[in-house]
Design a protein around this ligand. Structure first.
Ligand SMILES: Nc1nc2c(ncn2[C@@H]2O[C@H](COP(=O)(O)OP(=O)(O)OP(=O)(O)O)[C@@H](O)[C@H]2O)c(=O)[nH]1
Length: 878
């Protein structure tokens, strides 16, 4: 609300002021015009009055002359005893000419004592003049006075006349008659030229007696008896001499004035045309109004310009305030501490600066001093931070203020609130009677700079200590820096190497190649590497590995960095190594076995010719490819456990069957891990691969031979024990139930004894065959020796299945055996036992079956005993 009124006040102040000024101007002008109109009118009245007086004087003079003429006539008439006549009196150069101009030709008449006209001239006189009061007055009054008679209207001319008469006496003094002169009042007004009346002006003579008037306006004479006028009473606004027509007799407006002629009851009136009388005033009024109009326009323009200017000023002020607010915000948001210090001066002529007052500061500035802004604003520095005095800062402010030279410097302080050492950067700028100080805490930057310098020093040391020669060049390729090692490798001093001179160190044959390569690199910006020869001043050749790369920032090359590595010794070693490797390769290639080396990433790094022959059958190369890539997923799945064991450091040998070809082949593979120089880590392994297909087949054949019973073709004891061992292991692993039968032919000895050993052998064969037919193919049937047989039944579901098989064997063997015409009848006894996940050796299990066999024998033979023996053997019974 208050803001609204303040805006309203601002908005209407200037227009109101302008309006007031205009009103005042126009009021003043109007008032002045009114005053001037009065004055002009008054002056016009005075002018008219002056003319009226002149008219009155002139008319009075003429009438008086006429009066004198009557008097003169009277004298002469009475001297002549009444003989004087008008002709004599009016003759040229006569008496009348001495008084009145001849041209007037005034009507004259002499009346006798009876009122009869005895002489007249220049006009008509009514015959009955004796009845007029004038006549009677003269007749009755012997005194010599002239009478001015009531104006008489001539009945013929309709003009009115002023009648002046005088008594004529006889010598004895008796009444002899009268002399009468008639004067046309028009005569007075006709002579108005003397008055110098303005054109259109009116000159009038009015009778106060009967209101008759004679007026002249320019060349026109107007006789009237109807002029209605009044003479105003004197007042403040109306001049006393003004004569007001109640009704105008023409269209011209005039300022009238009058002069009385009391002797003759006439009033002389002169009217000046208002237009001419007030012309000067009109001009002045126009000037006033014109000036007022101009002033109004100027005031309006001025107010408009002022309002515009005020608007601009307000706008500017608003912008200034906004700018101030922005500056304040910027100062508050600034990372710098900002202060405005105003000088506190000593009283007196010299006005020395004693201290500074904190005129303004931002929050960061207050924070830096350890206060809140409001607490220290307008305080003196000596109160807020006395250290500024003691440490010479106030002196600096004073110097900047007096010298008007800004000061900028970095320094270290320890008097800030936290008492820690700070690096500050301050800038002191002189302002009006004070200084503006900007302070930035550059501690971290200083620390960074220090760290950078340390790093640079460290880098320089590292460069110099580096085994690599270092070279730095600017964007145009000119060398700007080489390190100590570079000097040693190339044999050039740093000064000799700078610019393009370092190229001198390169062998002439390599120099051409190098220059071309560097030019190419400047375009491609790709790092360049090559092996070069450097030639020392004494002719010594040094082999170096030279690498150089461009330093690119924002896509622009601003320099190059190169390294020079002395590889002379390495090169010699490499050459020696290459020779050694060549020898080894020759040896390896002559070996029939396949030899390869695979690194820790399982990638082939070396192989001999035999290996290449084996694996390059498809035409693809092996080197650089992984085992999985080379052998395929299936073979890799088989090899992976061995590979991992080898990479874990184990030397191992295993057989690998390869059925990828038409014939199945077996290889003996040896993996030998390769340790690193420290012997701590496996960095790969060697592969020795040899085809052992022939040996393997021979071995299998021999093995088979050693495990077969020659008489029956069944598995012999060794084979049985091996199989029992394997079956028990599988049973333990898979938790399968298995059974073992131990059987013996009942009373076999009598057969041998009765029919001979050959029939005994035939019976053993027939028994074996019947046994084979009775059992499943997966069961292992073995002859331990003599008439003892064993059977291993793996993966049986129930014990009853095995018992059923035993019963089936017992039954099967009860049938006669026809042995080439010899019929033999025997039976068999069986001990049957089971096994599943027991801590038992094959011998103990077999012994358990043997005991059960014994029990079956004991039970009368031709039967079987199953389960656990009634009398278990001792643990070491096997
Ligand atoms: N024909 C032949 N006889 C053999 C062979 N090996 C051992 N014998 C004989 O087989 C007989 C085995 O007899 P035993 O098992 O001890 O006695 P048995 O007569 O079968 O009596 P019980 O087993 O108690 O019923 C012995 O007389 C041996 O000489 C062989 O390879 N061929």
């Amino acid at each position: 609300m208050r803001d609204f009124f303040r805006r309203l006040y601002r908005a209407i102040l200037l227009p109101a002021f302008g309006l007031a000024l205009l009103i005042f101007t126009w009021a003043a002008v109007t008032y002045q015009v009114r005053q001037e109109r009065h004055t002009a009118h008054y002056e016009a009245v005075l002018h008219s009055q002056s003319l009226a007086r002149t008219l009155a004087e002139h008319s009075t003079h003429l009438l008086r002359q006429v009066d004198h003429a009557t008097q003169l006539f009277k004298l002469k008439y009475e001297e002549t005893g009444g003989a004087l006549r008008l002709a004599d009196f009016t003759r040229k150069n006569g008496l009348l000419d001495s008084l009145l101009p001849t041209k007037l030709d005034l009507p004259l008449a002499i009346l006798d004592r009876d009122g009869r006209i005895i002489d007249s001239m220049n006009g008509y006189f009514a015959p009955d003049l004796r009845r007029q009061p004038v006549f009677r007055n003269h007749a009755g009054n012997p005194s010599d006075v002239s009478l001015v008679a009531t104006p008489v209207v001539d009945s013929r001319t309709k003009k009115w006349q002023i009648q002046i008469s005088r008594r004529l006496n006889h010598p004895d003094g008796s009444f002899a008659g009268i002399i009468m002169v008639m004067i046309d009042p028009a005569y007075f007004v006709e002579d108005h030229d003397r008055l110098n009346v303005d054109p259109g002006g009116a000159v009038m003579l009015i009778s106060r007696e009967n209101g008759m008037s004679a007026a002249r306006i320019d060349d026109q004479v107007i006789i009237s008896d109807s002029i209605d006028f009044s003479v105003p009473q004197p007042s403040a606004t109306q001049p006393a001499e003004e004569f007001l027509l109640k009704r105008r007799f023409d269209a011209v407006d005039r300022v009238y004035s009058y002069a009385e002629m009391p002797r003759y009851l006439l009033t002389a009136v002169v009217g000046d045309p208002t237009a001419s009388a007030m012309a000067r005033f009109e001009r002045r009024r126009n000037i006033y109004f014109g000036a007022a109009a101009v002033v109004s326009v100027l005031v309006t323009l001025f107010v408009y310009l002022l309002m515009r200017q005020a608007h601009r000023l307000r706008h500017t002020a608003r912008m200034v305030i906004e700018a101030q607010l922005m500056l304040r915000a910027a100062a508050d948001a600034s990372l710098d501490a900002v202060y405005m210090f105003k000088a506190c001066r000593m009283r007196g002529a010299r006005r020395e600066i004693l201290d500074f007052t904190i005129a303004d500061l931002n929050e960061r500035g207050a924070q830096l001093m350890g206060y809140r802004r409001a607490d220290i604003k307008d305080k003196r520095l000596v109160e807020v931070m006395p250290d500024l005095h003691s440490k010479g800062f106030v002196e600096k402010y004073r110097h900047v203020l007096e010298s008007r030279q800004p000061l900028e410097e970095e320094f270290e302080v320890d008097f800030l609130p936290n008492r820690a050492v700070h690096w500050l950067h301050h800038q002191i700028v002189p302002i009006t009677d004070g200084v503006a100080v900007t302070v930035r805490d550059i501690t971290s930057r200083k620390e960074t700079e220090l760290a950078t310098r340390q790093q640079q020093a460290e880098l320089t040391a590292v460069n110099d200590a580096s085994p690599l020669g270092l070279l730095r060049a600017d964007a145009s390729g000119h060398c700007t820096y080489v390190n100590r090692t570079f000097e040693l490798i190339t044999g050039l001093t740093r000064e000799e190497a700078l610019g393009d001179a370092w190229m001198r160190a390169v062998h002439p044959q390599d120099r051409v190649v190098l220059k071309t390569a560097l030019q190419h690199m400047a375009h491609t910006r790709a790092p360049y590497q090559d092996t070069l020869r450097c030639v020392h001043p004494d002719g010594m050749i040094v082999w170096v590995s030279f690498k150089i790369a461009a330093m690119v920032v924002d896509g622009k090359v601003y320099g190059y960095v190169g390294t020079v590595d002395d590889i002379t010794h390495v090169r010699k070693s490499v050459m020696a190594l290459r020779e050694s490797e060549s020898r080894l390769r020759t040896i390896a290639d002559t070996l029939p076995a396949m030899v390869a080396y695979i690194d820790a990433e399982q990638v082939y790094r070396f192989h001999n010719v035999a290996y290449e022959r084996e694996f390059n059958r498809t035409g693809s190369t092996v080197l650089g490819r992984s085992i999985r890539e080379t052998l395929g997923a299936q073979r890799y799945a088989f090899l992976e456990p061995y590979v991992l064991r080898a990479l874990a450091g184990e030397t191992l040998t295993f057989e690998e069957d390869d059925d990828s070809d038409t014939t199945e082949r077996t290889y003996e593979v040896v993996y030998i891990p390769q340790m690193d120089e420290d012997g701590a880590n496996v960095i790969g392994f060697h592969v020795m691969r040899q085809d052992i297909t022939v040996q393997k087949r021979e071995k299998q054949r021999l093995l088979r031979l050693s495990q077969v019973d020659a008489l029956t073709g069944l598995t012999n004891r060794a084979g049985f024990l091996q199989k029992l061992h394997d079956a028990m292991a599988a049973s333990r692993t898979n938790a399968n139930l298995m059974a073992v039968m131990y059987m013996d032919i009942d009373r076999f000895k009598p057969v041998n004894d009765t029919f001979g050993h050959a029939v005994g052998d035939a019976l053993l064969k027939a028994f074996s065959a019947r046994l084979t037919h009775t059992m499943r193919a997966s069961d292992t049937i073995a002859r331990l020796g003599g008439d003892e047989f064993t059977i291993i039944m793996e993966r049986i579901h129930r014990t009853d299945d095995a018992a059923a098989a035993a019963a089936k064997i017992v039954t099967a063997m009860q049938a006669d055996f026809d042995l080439g015409g010899t019929v033999v009848s025997i039976s068999t006894s069986i001990g049957l036992t089971y096994y599943r996940d027991e801590d038992l050796s094959p011998a103990e299990l077999l012994n358990r079956a043997d005991i059960l066999l014994y029990e079956a024998k004991q039970a009368g033979r031709n039967t079987f005993r199953a389960g656990l023996p009634a009398h278990p053997p001792a643990s070491n019974a096997a």
